[in-house]
Design a protein around this ligand. Structure first.
Ligand SMILES: Cc1cc2nc3c(=O)[nH]c(=O)nc-3n(C[C@H](O)[C@H](O)[C@H](O)COP(=O)(O)OP(=O)(O)OC[C@H]3O[C@@H](n4cnc5c(N)ncnc54)[C@H](O)[C@@H]3O)c2cc1C
Length: 170
């Protein structure tokens, strides 16, 4: 997406996902900010998003073919058996940004960074986005709240452990 000329894309979804998203305050804020586009037809959606109508119809058809298992997604995603989009349609303009990281430096229970052999490195601590959390190495392991969870808890653990080290050396 960020390699596109304007670095933007449109996420297109339907009533089913709109209803699901209504449970989130962020989504209500997006509606209030007029960021969510709502259209009864593909033609109307193309006008509201300024996407060429035939291109829009083509991509919706391609995704339907992926749902039916007749086509592979260029990005390796698997849409097989997912519900097809149906009117009314919704869309939101999006861009790429760093949300959080998974993986990272391996730390022990005191947030001390370990080397490949499992030994602690001297005076080096990590937590939050720098340390490996509990979400696994890829997007499949994403757990809501884990970014802030590991930032705050490992921050405290690192602070306590570093303070103890100073006391030991003084
Ligand atoms: C839009 C968005 C929504 C999110 N929602 C959630 C959520 O709902 N739940 C959840 O758990 N996680 C969420 N996250 C992820 C979460 O915010 C991060 O995982 C978490 O903030 C990481 O904490 P951190 O302390 O490691 O890093 P950061 O919060 O990035 O803190 C690093 C700090 O270091 C400062 N800094 C950088 N370089 C230097 C320097 N050279 N000198 C001094 N200071 C420096 C930065 O300015 C920053 O303040 C969200 C992230 C984003 C972007």
């Amino acid at each position: 997406m960020v390699s596109q000329p304007d670095k933007i894309a449109w996420n297109i979804f339907d009533q089913r996902l709109h209803n699901l998203m209504m449970e989130f305050e962020d989504y209500h804020n997006a509606i209030e900010a007029n960021a969510i586009v709502n259209a009864d037809t593909i033609k109307e959606l193309s006008m509201l998003t300024n996407i060429d109508e035939s291109s829009l119809r083509e991509i919706i058809k391609e995704v339907e073919e992926m749902v039916e298992g007749k086509r592979q997604d260029d990005f390796g995603r698997d849409f097989t058996g997912k519900p097809k989009l149906s009117a009314p349609y919704y869309a939101v303009k999006v861009t790429g940004a760093l949300f959080h990281t998974q993986g990272g430096l391996v730390v022990n229970e005191n947030a001390r960074v370990m080397d490949k052999k499992g030994n602690t490195l001297p005076n080096l601590f990590a937590g939050g986005g720098s340390a490996r959390g509990i979400s696994g190495p890829a997007d499949w392991g994403y757990m809501a709240g884990n970014g802030l969870l590991t930032a705050t808890t490992f921050g405290r653990l690192a602070g306590s452990a570093a303070a103890k080290l100073i006391v030991e050396f003084s």
